[in-house]
Unconditional design. Structure first.
Length: 219
């Protein structure tokens, strides 16, 4: 009994690494989308290539979520060090910081919620994605599976749902509001932002305008 159980555990641990190969050439679902389907909810998602996503959204998401996206190999050690230093200075718990690559690994293969077990699984998966996928593939997949509302996944569905437009036509302001809602799309509505969300969007637009994020790895 023990041996089949061990084999099953090993298979489950290896499955994400095996799936990552065909996922590069597919339009993979996220684990949240699969969970929706199990509840008989049909996710809203229309996959679009990176070339049909507004440069505004690419810049806003990178500026908001992972400014060093083109510079690191999946883990932003500088940001981790800054988070640790802030936590020490303020005598608070360390605020977790995840790169876009880490968030993609979580969205594709793992569950949501805070867990050291999940983090332990997420880190090697992130490094594997960075090793086997291009930065374009990583950003394209992330922007097509990110949740932007209840059952709303990906840039195209989000643009239509919140603003009645397409992912390609998103303005700088619309892109910034979408970026601010990414950490918690159920409480932060891109189309009806509160004062705090509007302030965050203004900060993102300032970064986009004056300190444009490095997108040199995206062709």
């Amino acid at each position: 009994m023990r041996h089949p159980l061990i084999r099953l555990v090993i298979l489950l641990l290896l499955l994400p690494y095996m799936l990552s190969v065909p996922y590069q050439f597919m339009r993979p679902p996220s684990t949240l989308m699969l969970y929706d389907l199990l509840q008989f909810k049909i996710p809203r998602r229309q996959w679009v290539p990176l070339s049909r996503i507004s440069p505004n959204l690419k810049a806003a998401v990178v500026a908001s979520e992972d400014g060093a996206f083109c510079e690191h190999w999946g883990l932003d050690f500088d940001q981790m060090e800054r988070s640790f230093s802030r936590a020490q200075r303020n005598n608070r718990a360390i605020k977790a910081t995840s790169t876009i690559s880490q968030q993609l690994a979580k969205n594709l293969f793992l569950w949501h919620g805070r867990s050291w077990i999940r983090k332990g699984l997420e880190i090697p998966l992130t490094l594997w994605l960075e090793l086997t996928w291009s930065k374009e593939n990583i950003l394209e997949a992330y922007l097509n599976i990110a949740e932007w509302g209840d059952g709303v996944y990906g840039a195209e569905a989000a643009a239509k749902f919140h603003f009645g437009t397409t992912a390609a036509a998103l303005s700088a302001a619309q892109a910034a509001y979408l970026a601010t809602s990414l950490p918690n799309p159920h409480e932060r509505n891109a189309a009806r932002p509160g004062p705090a969300q509007r302030a965050m969007a203004s900060t993102i637009m300032m970064r986009m305008r004056y300190h444009g994020p490095d997108l040199s790895c995206i062709h």
